[in-house]
Design a binder for this molecule. Structure first.
Ligand SMILES: Nc1ncnc2c1ncn2[C@@H]1O[C@H](COP(=O)(O)OP(=O)(O)OP(=O)(O)O)[C@@H](O)[C@H]1O
Ligand SMILES: [Mg+2]
Length: 589
């Protein structure tokens, strides 16, 4: 019967030619037994241009979506691939010139998947040795693709097991960061690799950067991959805060108790904290003034005058320069610059002196900084809240001064440990927001953040930069960002910056452009084997419960009651630290 139908259709659509061998074969194929979940067969392609698959007749083209993951079964390898395009094709162009009528359901049914078929463009992303293979890659996990599967290799929709093979199975150092856009399987980030380099969370306002950052911080805290210092400009990482939607969002302290210390720069802060940080003008160096030039509205000449002041007035240069009792003329006797320039500088630097966490001179012991650095050295995570100081001047100044101190400490300790004196300090990840302000081309050459980004993890310090404007970050610094997690961006120059130096950027750009404007992101780089668009894991009650459960599996952290409900009272703990800064760094004066 089918042969008769095929003959009739052949005479209509294959007029005068060979009697439609391919679609007759196709009809026969319809009866053959194939795996239920098979999408189709590879028919042509190349490593450079990607592969083409013919969709099986039983599969609907409407069920295949661009961005979907598929597995191609080669003889020696499985290929983990991305569908980059879907297309309609026909073996006979006559069919397209004289298509069957929509009412002719029977003809449509017979032709669909045979003479007329769906085709998929597929980009191989990774290859994995087939089970039982003696290929060396069996031990090494996914490999970059360097070859392609043979003709007629079968294509399947990727399933959870495939994702596990690519992203690794559940483990302490693998953190579920989300799920692929149209599948309910976990995508895991390798946190050990994550903290090895500086990383970035990018996206326009309101896309979920802070939520994503909280997730990443929870992952690193739980796994112990790194100790965290968070410069929390908007007071959203330490204690409980309010989301855009007006509901309460837990910070890290309520989730992790005494493992997270919250300090504040705001002496009037009403949030529960472990101590108030203040520091003296004596901590401020010319590097800070250079960084703050825009915020202080200083031109290049004013910055040069400040540098002269620093070199000629000595250690207390900032205190003297901003002392209202000292005139510009008096100062100029020592500085020997332009008196009017000094007077202008004096006025502008008052903006710093007026910050309530700045005092003329604060000894290291009294500043609270020692306690903060001691906590980090003791592997306690620290959130520094800015309270009402949520302006860039306060944020950049405090972050730069504190990070410089920490970096000096970490560098010294690493050098000493190399000489066999003492242990290395712990791996530290410093989270900063508005990163382009610290890492733009001008600042990156001068600031401590540029140094950290460039020297990788040489001194056990890396950055987690959070930013809406990645194109504002220096190219060289961006190229050192190991893992980039990017939410929706609507400016081409920011998308270009995030994808700079990434192979296959063309199709990644299309995926990035199609992300929803909330709670979706594309992850690429060092901590994942391949770029992947995902729905970010929800940071909500279910996640809090998961954290509580994971916490309870850890060896005996204290469970006594605290202002946040877990661990010892952090305020009391900070007043009587078990190991203070001096215990940890006895040689430091
Ligand atoms: N992973 C998530 N879990 C739960 N809610 C989320 C998540 N990601 C985003 N949201 C929702 O999106 C809103 C905006 O997220 P978020 O505050 O992180 O944006 P943002 O990119 O940091 O914005 P801004 O640049 O203004 O700081 C949140 O208030 C929350 O409602
Ligand atoms: Mg935010």
């Amino acid at each position: 019967m089918l042969t008769a139908v095929a003959g009739a259709l052949a005479s209509r659509y294959c007029s005068g030619k060979r009697p439609g061998a391919s679609w007759v074969r196709g009809l026969r194929g319809k009866g053959a037994r194939v795996a239920d979940d098979r999408l189709g067969l590879i028919v042509e392609g190349s490593l450079v241009d990607g592969l083409s698959a013919r969709l099986d007749g039983r599969q609907s083209i409407e069920d295949v979506r661009v961005g979907q993951f598929v597995r191609i079964v080669g003889k020696k390898h499985d290929y983990f691939c991305l569908v980059t395009d879907v297309r309609l094709d026909a073996t006979n162009r006559d069919l397209l010139a004289d298509p069957p009528q929509p009412a002719d359901a029977f003809t449509l049914e017979v032709l669909a998947g045979t003479t007329a078929y769906g085709a998929l463009a597929i980009q191989p992303m990774l290859m994995l040795a087939r089970d039982g293979s003696d290929d060396a890659s069996a031990q090494n996990g996914p490999l970059p693709v360097r070859t392609i599967p043979p003709h007629f290799a079968q294509v399947f929709t990727a399933v959870e097991g495939d994702f596990d093979r690519v992203f690794g199975e559940e483990a302490d150092h693998r953190f579920e960061i989300g799920q692929p856009l149209d599948m309910d399987v976990p995508v895991r980030l390798d946190l050990t690799r994550f903290v090895e380099r500086s990383n970035g969370v990018f996206g326009k306002s309101g896309t979920g950067k802070s939520f994503l950052t909280r997730l990443l911080l929870c992952g690193t805290i739980l796994s112990g991959a790194a100790t965290n210092l968070i410069f929390d400009m908007h007071n959203e990482y330490g204690s409980t805060s309010q989301s855009d939607g007006g509901y309460q969002v837990k910070g890290l302290a309520p989730l992790f108790g005494s493992r997270v210390q919250v300090y504040t720069l705001d002496r009037h802060s009403k949030t529960t904290n472990n101590g108030v940080i203040r520091f003296g003008l004596n901590e401020i160096e010319i590097e800070d003034i250079e960084l703050l030039a825009d915020e202080l509205r200083l031109n290049a000449t004013a910055v040069e005058t400040a540098a002269l002041c620093e070199s000629r007035l000595g250690k207390d240069w900032m205190a003297r320069l901003t002392d209202e009792g000292v005139s510009a003329a008096e100062l100029n006797e020592t500085v020997m610059a332009h008196e009017a320039s000094i007077a202008a500088l004096q006025r502008k630097l008052q903006m710093i002196r007026r910050l309530s966490f700045i005092e003329p001179h604060v000894s290291q012991k009294d500043s609270g900084l020692d306690l903060l650095i001691g906590a980090l050295a003791n592997k306690q995570h620290v959130v520094l809240e800015f309270g009402h100081h949520s302006n860039l001047l306060a944020y950049m100044l405090a972050a730069n001064v504190i990070t410089r101190r920490i970096h000096r400490e970490w560098t010294r300790r690493i050098e000493e440990s190399k000489q066999g004196r003492g242990q290395e300090p712990p791996q530290l990840m410093i989270t900063i927001e508005e990163a382009h302000k610290f890492l733009n081309s001008r600042a990156a050459d001068q600031t401590i953040f540029g140094t950290i980004a460039r020297e990788l993890r040489k001194y056990n310090v890396t950055l987690l930069v959070v930013d809406q404007r990645p194109s504002g970050i220096d190219d060289e610094v961006l190229s050192q960002i190991g893992t980039r997690i990017t939410c929706a961006l609507n400016d081409d120059k920011h998308i270009d910056a995030v994808l700079a130096g990434v192979s296959g950027a063309g199709h990644l750009r299309a995926i990035l452009a199609s992300l929803d404007s909330r709670q979706q992101a594309m992850i690429l780089g060092h901590a994942v084997p391949m770029p992947m668009a995902l729905r970010t894991r929800s940071y909500d009650q279910t996640f809090y419960e998961w954290v509580a459960q994971a916490n309870s599996k850890r060896p005996a952290a204290s469970t006594a009651s605290t202002p946040w409900g877990r661990g010892p009272d952090p305020v009391a703990a900070s007043l009587t630290p078990k190991r203070g800064y001096k215990d940890l760094f006895p040689n430091d004066d």
